[in-house]
Design a protein around this ligand. Structure first.
Ligand code: DC
Length: 228
């Protein structure tokens, strides 16, 4: 199935593995567009809260997903701001509670179908780096290059903890650790589009690597394959 006419590079993996940091940096280096697909699921969670749509209401969530007025604006080379109905929702989107709700509504096929269609619209010239859970398996199965990043849960929890502390949030490492494990379980064990590497994905364990080292390693593959 051909779903994209331009080069798409996919970057899948569990929560907190650093896909966002790595993806934005690679998109900058390649002058490609960047899709944070998790942001769409998170935005739907924020919208559901605003419009009082229950997380068990599949029909309501489907309708909301099909009508979601979401846009992204590049504020700087490395900061992309998400807007819902024209309002900046950066802060709400970053909350762990929003992420947990996103992982619950991501279980529904109705929601995934609606958001998959939206995600494919990001594959425009000159190319796309798509970050998520099912970018290489479902959304862009014909991607030219697929990566799957992993890291131990301890490393991911610590990375997320530092990120939130830096932002000035009052967070606890054990709570973040527990939430990550819950999300990992839900994302990997769901029936539709579970978090698994595509058969043709290149897997990289980043437990002992810095974000810069990961970017260098992936960019080496991009160069060797002659994509850029
Ligand atoms: O990448 P993230 O942490 O922002 O994603 C939040 C949740 O959204 C994640 O736990 C599961 C869901 N998600 C998904 O099901 N498929 C994607 N491609 C991206 C995110």
């Amino acid at each position: 199935m051909i779903v994209s006419a331009v080069n798409v590079l996919t970057l899948d993996g569990p929560s907190g593995v650093g896909k966002g940091t790595v993806g934005v940096s690679m998109a900058k280096k390649l002058s490609y567009n960047y899709l944070d697909s998790g942001a769409l699921y998170r935005t739907l969670a924020v919208a559901a809260e605003r419009w009082d749509v229950d997380l068990n209401d599949k029909k309501g969530l489907k309708k909301l997903a099909n009508n979601l007025d979401i846009s992204f604006q590049a504020e700087s080379a490395s900061t992309i701001k998400p807007f819902l109905d024209g309002e900046d929702i950066t802060r709400e989107l970053m909350l762990e509670n929003t992420a947990s709700k996103a992982s619950v509504l991501a279980l529904y096929s109705e929601v995934r179908t609606a958001l998959t269609a939206r995600q494919r619209l990001f594959a425009i010239s000159p190319g796309l780096i798509a970050d998520g859970r099912d970018m290489g398996t479902v959304v862009f199965p014909d991607a030219i290059l697929k990566f799957f990043l992993t890291a131990s849960v301890e490393t991911r929890a610590k990375r997320r903890y530092k990120q939130l502390l830096l932002r000035g949030d009052n967070v606890s490492l054990p709570a973040i650790w527990r939430q990550l494990e819950e999300r990992d379980k839900r994302d990997s064990e769901r029936n539709i589009s579970p978090l698994v590497p595509a058969e043709d994905a290149i897997e990289l364990d980043t437990t002992y690597m810095s974000a810069g080292e990961v970017v260098d390693a992936l960019m080496d593959v991009v160069m060797v394959r002659g994509i850029f």
